[in-house]
Every structure is written in structure tokens, then in C-alpha cells.
Design a protein around this ligand. Structure first.
Ligand SMILES: O=C(O)CCC(=O)C(=O)O
Ligand SMILES: [Fe+2]
Length: 425
């Protein structure tokens, strides 16, 4: 890998990078202003431009009320084709960088009378090289540093350890995110590499909106996406979950119930009793400071936010269990990923709707029915508690309607709320 060695030789980075992100931008596409997560990567962030050049916007994020004291706080830097942009120090830690979604860029040109030139955008591929940080960032800049924000949260929590909130406020959300999203995904990243090193600043609605926006960002205009999320409304045959029973209030709901019945006819939920005592056991079983219930039952949800145990299975492929397409029945979570789905479709998506897979994949997976089976695990396999948010009727639609999308279809399917949408602009 001569290029990464050259980075070190030229003094761009002290050691060779170990992380690479490749982004492809078509004319008109960009990336929202952001600061690469402090705790995830070390100081130097290198962006190599291949194909077209682009204007990158750098904006200062004030760390106190004085801001930049009348100094400019927005610079546009043209990144020419085949150039390397090295972000380090304040440029990496205190300034956001982003690319405005435009078809053209105004760039410097010494030969023109105005000193400027309007350049049409071309397809650009950027290679962003980073070095993964082990441990926390110590810059202590309150406005931009996630490590600092986390440490503040922890010290506040220590002071008020009596807090027994089951609702997610900002403070709980940050801690929850650290323990049940970031740390878990660090451990199981090999199986879910797509989520690795993505910032999860909040696990509230704002975060769910950001997740859908992220899906939109990677779609071209007119491109379609499918979101599947677990529904609060669950039904097995004619047996409704307690939530569904209590929330059947108007004629629209009645209609909805009929469609639930129709859909669930084909379902073979694992046998389980939705009794009051079962629900009590769910409520009683909580984990960590977040005081969220641990989910132990497939068809009942007692509240929208919960922790779902996930066993990190040690690889033990069983000969002869593989179907024609190479799916291992008992390893459905991993085998589906191998087939090209971005995330497994069995089970709920993590916090936000994050499943972007082709509809055919989903149908096929459900037809296989292998989603019902738990992966084989050995007794010593670690168990992680992942944070999940389960959606109520209308919630996913309300979320998507805040964005620039056409909702093509919105429906209930086998315990999930589903939306097919099209990117408008
Ligand atoms: O495309 C680029 O040059 C920047 C990409 C970037 O900022 C990122 O992936 O975090
Ligand atoms: Fe970035």
C-alpha cells in the first residue's frame, strides 16, 4: 500500500491509517456539515479526491459566546481532482466540514477577469483515511467533543444516582447510547460493520430523523427506500397484545385490526403466553442505569424503548443446514448480510429505522421462515443488550413526512410498520 506509507513519509499522519471510507458523489450531491466524531478517530483526517474536484465548506463551531471575535467563520476551500485534503488540529476538531449539494462550484481562476470560474460538478469519489482512536478524546471542547460530553454526563449521573427514569431524557439517552449502542456495536462490529463508527449523538426522535436522512443522502433523486421497524401493535392469530387491546379506540383502528388478522394468519410465532405475569417479568427485568426493560417476549412490548439481549454467537456452522442459496438456517442474521442486504431484516432495527433492503430480499427471508429461529450459541457466548425503539402506528409516517420524500406505500406487515418512499429532491 504505497499511498498510506507516503502519507506518513510526507508528514500528513504520524502512523499509517487503519480506516478508509469511500464516498461517491454525483453532481448535485453533498454531505451535511459535520465534525468527524472525536472519540472514534485520531487527529488527522485525510480526504483524497478522485474524479471531479469540489468546494468544501469549513465552518467554525464557537466554543464560547465570543465565537471568533469578528474573524471569518466560514471558508470555502476548493479540493481539486487528485488532491489530498489534510484536516488536523482545529480544522479537524473545531471546524465542521461539509459539501453543499450543488451542480456547480465557483472556484478560483487566476486567468479569468473576475479571478473566479464557474465549474460544473463531475462525479467525485473521495477516499477518507483515518486512524481509529482507542480511548477517549481529551480536547475538552464542550461544543464539539463527544468524549467530553460523555464525561459530563457520567459525572452528573454519579451525582444523582437515585434517578429512576424509565423515560428517555437527553441525559439518559446519551448514557444509554454509550452502553447499549456504541459499546455493543464496538464488540459486535464484525457482524454489523455498516454501523461501525457512525456517530449516534442521541437516541431520541431527532436521531431517528437523522437515520432516515442518512438513507436519503445516499439515494439519488427518484431513488426508493424501504423501512421496516418493529410495531408496538402485535397480534398472534386473534390474540392481540395488551397494547393493541388498550389502544383499539376508533373505527380506523378496527379496520387496522382486520388487516392485522389477515396478515398474521400466515405467521407461526413461537408459542408463548401473553399473560399478565409474563409482562410483569418483563418490567421487572431491567439492565444498567438506563432502567429500561429487557425484552424477553416476541409478541408483547410493554413500552417503546427497551433493551434486547443479543448473543454474540461463536461461529459453528452446521453441515447440511445450508439451502441452495447458501443461507444457513440457524445463522440467518449473518447469512442475510452476506447476500448483500445492508442489515438483517429479522427482528427490529436498531433504535431508528435503518433497514434498507430490497423488498424481494425481505419477502424471501420471511418465506424461508428462518427468521424465527435463534442462532445457535454456546453457553459461554457473551450477551449484549442493544437499545431498540418500537414504533407505534403513524409514527414512522410522521417521521418520514418531515423529510423530502414521497411516501409511496405505508403498511403493516407481520408485526412491522413499513414504508416505501421515494426521494424527491
Ligand atoms: O468527501 C469528502 O471529502 C469528505 C467525506 C467526509 O467528510 C466524511 O466521510 O466524513
Ligand atoms: Fe467528515
Amino acid at each position: 500500500m504505497p499511498i498510506v506509507k507516503r502519507f506518513v513519509e510526507e508528514g500528513c499522519m504520524p502512523v499509517v491509517p487503519d480506516q478508509l471510507t469511500i464516498n461517491r458523489y454525483l453532481p448535485g450531491q453533498g454531505i451535511p456539515p459535520h465534525v468527524d466524531t472525536h472519540s472514534s478517530f485520531t487527529d488527522e483526517i485525510l480526504s483524497l479526491s478522485i474524479g471531479g474536484g469540489v468546494n468544501m465548506d469549513f465552518r467554525y463551531i464557537p466554543s464560547n459566546s465570543e465565537g471568533m471575535k469578528n474573524k471569518p467563520c466560514h471558508y470555502v476551500v476548493y479540493l481539486p481532482p487528485r488532491s489530498l485534503c489534510v484536516m488536523t488540529g482545529p480544522a479537524r476538531y473545531e471546524w465542521s466540514h461539509g459539501i453543499c449539494p450543488r451542480m456547480t462550484d465557483v472556484v478560483p481562476n487566476k486567468n479569468s477577469t473576475t479571478g473566479l470560474q464557474l465549474l460544473p460538478r463531475e462525479e467525485r469519489v473521495s477516499f477518507t483515511f483515518r486512524k481509529v482512536r482507542h480511548g477517549e478524546c481529551w480536547c475538552r471542547i464542550a461544543t464539539v467533543c463527544d468524549s467530553y460530553k460523555k464525561s459530563k454526563v457520567t459525572s452528573q449521573e454519579e451525582k444523582s444516582s437515585s434517578a429512576s427514569a424509565t423515560m428517555l431524557d437527553d441525559r439518559n439517552a446519551a448514557k444509554l447510547e454509550r452502553e447499549h449502542v456504541l459499546q455493543v456495536y464496538d464488540q459486535i462490529a464484525e457482524h454489523f460493520s455498516v454501523t461501525r463508527h457512525k456517530p449516534w449523538p442521541q437516541v431520541l426522535e431527532e436521531r431517528r430523523l437523522a437515520a432516515v436522512s442518512e438513507m436519503l443522502r445516499v439515494l439519488s433523486i427518484g431513488g426508493r427506500g424501504l423501512i421496516y421497524v418493529w410495531a408496538m401493535e402485535q397480534q398472534k392469530g386473534k390474540k392481540r397484545s395488551t397494547y393493541l387491546k388498550h389502544n383499539k379506540t376508533n373505527s380506523h383502528d378496527t379496520q387496522q385490526d382486520e388487516s392485522l388478522i389477515a396478515i398474521s394468519k400466515n405467521l407461526n410465532f413461537e408459542e408463548e403466553q401473553n399473560t399478565e405475569s409474563n409482562q410483569r417479568s418483563i418490567k421487572a427485568s431491567t439492565s444498567g442505569a438506563s432502567s429500561l426493560p429487557v425484552h424477553v417476549n416476541r409478541t408483547e412490548f410493554v413500552q417503546q424503548d427497551m433493551l434486547v439481549p443479543w448473543k454474540l454467537k461463536t461461529q459453528k456452522k452446521k453441515e447440511g443446514n445450508c439451502d441452495k442459496k447458501g443461507h444457513y438456517e440457524k445463522e440467518c442474521r449473518i447469512s442475510y448480510r452476506c447476500r448483500g442486504s445492508k442489515t438483517p431484516v429479522n427482528g427490529p432495527s436498531l433504535d431508528a429505522p435503518q433497514t434498507t433492503v430490497l423488498e424481494n430480499d425481505i419477502k424471501e427471508n420471511y418465506q424461508n421462515n428462518s427468521y424465527k429461529r435463534e442462532p445457535q450459541t454456546s453457553g459461554s457466548d457473551p450477551v449484549f443488550h442493544r437499545f431498540y425503539h418500537v414504533f407505534k402506528q403513524g409514527e414512522l409516517e410522521a417521521l418520514c413526512s418531515q423529510l423530502n420524500v414521497n411516501i409511496i406505500k405505508s403498511y403493516y406487515d407481520e408485526g412491522n410498520w413499513c414504508i416505501i418512499f421515494e426521494k424527491v429532491s
